[in-house]
Design a protein around this ligand. Structure first.
Ligand SMILES: Nc1ncnc2c1ncn2[C@@H]1O[C@H](COP(=O)(O)OP(=O)(O)OP(=O)(O)O)[C@@H](O)[C@H]1O
Ligand SMILES: [Mg+2]
Length: 208
């Protein structure tokens, strides 16, 4: 599913990320660990095609994302990758449903309200469909962000520090949601974190 070879990323001549070789099989859940500044976010950005690495190869579902032209890269990301970023980036002035419809449109799909209802129900937030995304709680917003990441049935879900700001109870919940929903859509899941509370939940780890 994911195959990395000779990956290096430099900022201003300083190497901040180096991954000689790493592979993740289809459907696996994997933790990316490392202290602050070790390059976790940089790695996820490179895999998502949001940053072009200085050197190396990154294949996602057989596609060399580093070589795709920008427009094709954006289309590939919208169709195949679900992102849960630390700052959730929901659009606060429109409804939860509109946030999910936008994700469908960006992926070049027809709006599919039945799918949206199914995903929201699966996350226990069906009643929030009409709520403005800026007027829901942090825990609810986190669920909406997971809903948006899985609505297009991505083959890869990337989550950057999804739990570090949460208390223990919400940390366990957010993680369970990600693992369950990745499994439900058969997606590979990468979670980047320095949160030691969640280490034990993942059999596979990459230490940066
Ligand atoms: N846009 C940028 N320009 C220059 N340097 C950057 C940029 N983004 C990140 N860096 C540097 O790259 C290194 C890796 O940053 P990155 O954000 O990937 O770390 P991280 O492991 O995600 O850290 P954290 O746990 O704090 O989120 C850091 O030293 C950072 O200062
Ligand atoms: Mg980071």
């Amino acid at each position: 599913m994911l195959e990395i070879r000779g990956l290096r990323h430099d900022y201003a001549g300083r190497t901040v990320l180096s991954v000689p070789a790493w592979e993740v099989a289809h459907g696996d859940a994997c933790l990316v660990l490392g202290p602050s500044g070790s390059g976790k976010t940089t790695l996820l950005n490179v895999i998502a095609g949001l940053a072009t690495p200085t050197a190396g190869s990154v294949r996602v579902a057989g596609e060399e994302v580093t070589r795709l032209p920008p427009a094709q890269r954006d289309a590939f990301r919208a169709r195949r990758i679900g992102l849960v970023l630390q700052t959730l980036h929901l659009i606060g002035v429109v409804s939860v449903r509109e946030n999910l419809r936008l994700a469908q449109r960006l992926a070049g799909r027809q709006v599919d309200d039945a799918r949206i209802d199914e995903v929201l129900a699966g996350l226990g937030i069906a009643k929030l469909a009409g709520a403005r995304a800026g007027e829901i709680s942090v825990g609810e917003a986190q669920r909406v962000a997971v809903a948006r990441a899985v609505v297009n049935r991505p083959s890869l879900i990337l989550a950057d520090e999804p739990t570090s700001a949460l208390d223990d109870a919400n940390c366990a919940k957010a993680l369970a949601l990600l693992l369950e929903h990745a499994a439900a859509c058969g997606a590979t899941l990468l979670v980047a974190t320095h949160d030691n509370r969640i280490r034990e939940r993942f059999a596979r780890r990459l230490e940066l």
